[in-house]
Design a protein around this ligand. Sequence first.
Ligand SMILES: [Cu+2]
Length: 285
Amino acid sequence: MQLLKRLIAFVVTGVTVLMGALLGPVAAFADGEPQPWQIGMQAPNTPVMDDIVWFHHFLLWVIAAITLFVLGLLVIVIVRFNARANPTPSRTTHNTFIEVIWTVVPVLILVTIAIPSFRLLFYQLKVPPADVTVKVTGKQWFWSYSYPDQKFEFDSLMLQDKDRKPNQPRLLAVDNEMVVPVNKVVHVQVIGADVIHSFSVPSFGIKIDAVPGRLNETWFKAEREGMYYGQCSQLCGRDHAFMPIAVHVVSEQAYSAWLADAKKKYASTDDSARPTAVAAAGDVK
Ligand SMILES: [Cu+2]
């Protein structure tokens, strides 16, 4: 009995701590990158990610309620119907009412989950009219960003430790970030050049495979300025862990200024003039 009480206290404390950690400090973390000892998700920076976080919290409550309910039933069975407390068990085998209840209630729970789930899915999938289009190409092992309306393209490689400034996060900072304006719908087209990669930025709520020969698309509308990081999320070979994604969200004016600069800087569309990162990365270490 003592053991059971301790077990219940342990479970209740565990659930409370976990719920607190998962539901509480989402907004307390710094923007755009993971933090040491972080448990919850990164702070959302798009309407889609807002909805994903809401849905996650909603599911967490549903799961917690079901788990506690089942735990309660188990405890009742253990305490009241063990061989000592209940030496002559009942021979009842069917109860139509209870059987209807345990079929109908789970169906209702699933429908309650399905409605916001499908709403979110369609919200993610339907790209609204785009203000900016960026074509992202996953390569072994870096990303290329092309702005089709502006007719330029550039490569984005992870910064090595020796090139990194103190405020740039290790394994996430890159030499050339993807730059987008704040509060604008950015249409992202994603493709792979060699193998399957995956373009993923947690605080934007996007993760989409970069498949050779297939143009996938997604979208995001960043609501705050800043630097937002992600990583390739599909095992793609030796340097899979070293092809981070960095998206710099800037004001409208800063974006126009960057565009003007970038058009000059990345003017050459001739492949031979661009950094030969593939050859360099292919060297045997
Ligand atoms: Cu990859």
